[in-house]
Design a protein around this ligand. Structure first.
Ligand SMILES: [Zn+2]
Length: 498
């Protein structure tokens, strides 16, 4: 065990828990993410920008998603248009159903979510999918009034949350996609025909989705334009027992029912107990839970919450939300839905195209199991879990494999040829990893800045570098220092960044 490792083990700190404001203040200060167009007054809520560190962090996360999910399971990744015609969303059900009940004050024209208003007043949840008249009855029954002007509220109506766009001079009706998966569904027949793909197969897509939320108040956790990474596993429902699914059988999933604390249940037991319908679904739940464990979230802070019949989407036969314990409560990061053949039946009916796939000589309408991931929320959760404060500093204990910058390179002082030597070492490293060069201020200040940005290693160039060709490497969490030969430096770092 090296000094660095010993010190890291001794350290193992989890001091006071972070809250949302602390994390978002750091995120803005260090250029992770911040409100969009913030130099203008009264900009609408729900739009966020990624700064330099945020982009590096997102890239690192996406790289992990590709390695641990897409490549690990031999999925195919595609990238489809963000604007799609109305008919696609008629088939998907979004034109008809993707709406929230709203009520407008007839006096001052303030707009409210009818369901949220009622829940706030009665202090418990109400069933989803009520009729407009049922909301009106509940508004009246509970004497709910406009918080601006105390006028009583009636006349619930629907607000569709898709962003409508007009194509060309005639403004042909189309929408910004509210989820990335519809592009996968509509391309599937072409891909099966041309790409020699066989069932079962995972199709992955990552990109922006758009939802016209009525009044988003949860900062980066509820945006109108956001990053999604979706995986749609297409399969023959008669064949859910493939050999590769067997690797998950002994793995423990952290399953919870309703809002209870999770209990570890082996995949094999979850299947025999009827919690999970088959091996295929057990295998993909194992992939997604182990993905977050690998990203640095400890197992006790992850749960797969099985949704009840009232909570899950109407097309969903079985649904789990992967949630992570945060300061704002259990935060949903991935919706895991067994969508049966709903999507392909709908697209077949509306498009009149053939969505069946050949499987061992038979035509099959594929079933779909989906892992629909929110990227921005996942990044927030990782930052919050990594946030540490001790007596002297605030730092992000991100795993080196996911940290946006992997190494900082500092000359001890800005003279005597040290900056030139440090630049040389920085130039050697920056093509092999994400490195930053900093010669501003005292070495202590530079360490502090880099700790706050989550940089796992800092390399200091001093007089000994010129004389003995060694540098001092400092590890972020333990602050332990180690001398490393310049010639070995890149390999030394790479061995610790995986
Ligand atoms: Zn009013």
């Amino acid at each position: 065990m090296s000094d660095t490792e010993r010190a890291a083990e001794k350290h193992a700190a989890t001091p006071k828990a972070a809250n949302y404001e602390d994390v978002m203040n750091l995120a803005a200060r260090r250029g992770y993410f911040f409100r969009s167009a913030d130099s203008y007054p009264n900009v609408p809520a729900g739009f966020w920008d990624y700064g330099p560190l945020g982009v590096l962090f997102k890239n690192r996360y996406v790289d992990l998603w590709r390695r641990r999910l897409v490549k690990a399971d031999e999925m195919v990744e595609i990238d489809t248009a963000q604007i799609m015609p109305r008919a696609v969303f008629v088939a998907s059900g979004h034109v008809g159903n993707f709406s929230d009940p709203i009520v407008e004050c007839s006096n001052c024209h303030a707009i409210y979510r009818a369901d949220k208003l009622i829940e706030e007043k009665v202090k418990h949840g109400i069933p989803e999918g009520l009729q407009d008249a049922e909301y009106d009855a509940l508004l009246a029954e509970n004497a709910i009034v406009c918080s601006n002007c105390k006028n009583s509220l009636r006349g619930t109506k629907r607000f569709n949350m898709m962003f409508r766009v007009g194509i060309g001079p005639l403004g042909e009706e189309a929408y910004l996609r509210p989820e990335t998966c519809q592009g996968i569904f509509v391309d599937a027949p072409f891909l099966f025909k041309t790409q020699r793909i066989k069932l079962p197969k995972g199709f992955a897509q990552l990109g922006k989705s758009f939802r016209n939320e009525i009044a988003p108040r949860q900062g980066i956790l509820r945006q109108r334009e956001f990053y999604q990474a979706e995986i749609e596993v297409l399969f023959n429902p008669e064949k859910v027992d493939q050999e590769k699914f067997g690797v998950a059988l002994e793995y423990s999933l952290n399953i919870s029912h309703a809002d209870a604390e999770p209990t570890p249940v082996r995949v094999s037991e979850a299947i025999s107990g009827g919690i999970i319908p088959n091996r295929l679904i057990g295998y993909y739940l194992y992939l997604i839970q182990s993905f977050y464990e690998n990203a640095g979230i400890s197992t006790v802070d992850i749960r797969l919450r099985r949704l009840g019949d009232k909570e899950k989407a109407f097309y969903s036969a079985v649904a789990f939300d992967l949630e992570v314990r945060t300061s704002v409560g259990w935060l949903e990061l991935v919706a895991c839905n067994y969508r049966s053949d709903y999507d392909f039946r709908q697209h077949t009916e509306v498009s009149k195209s053939d969505y069946t796939v050949e499987d061992d000589g038979k035509k099959v309408l594929p079933h779909v199991f989906e892992l629909s991931m929110g990227i921005d929320r996942s990044l927030y959760a990782l930052l919050e879990k990594a946030y540490r404060v001790d007596e002297t500093r605030t730092y992000l204990a991100l795993k080196p494999s996911i940290a946006p910058l992997q190494v900082g390179v500092f000359p001890l002082v800005s003279k005597d040829g040290l900056p030139e030597k440090a630049r040389e070492i920085y130039d050697m490293l920056r093509f092999e990893m994400d490195a930053a060069y900093d010669e501003g201020g005292s070495i202590g200040r530079r360490y502090a800045r880099s700790d706050e940005a989550g940089v796992p290693f800092c390399v200091t160039i001093d007089r000994e570098t010129l004389e003995e060709m060694t540098v001092t490497v400092r590890e972020r969490d333990s602050k332990a220092q180690e001398k490393v030969m310049v010639a070995d430096l890149a390999d030394w770092l790479k061995a610790r960044l995986a």
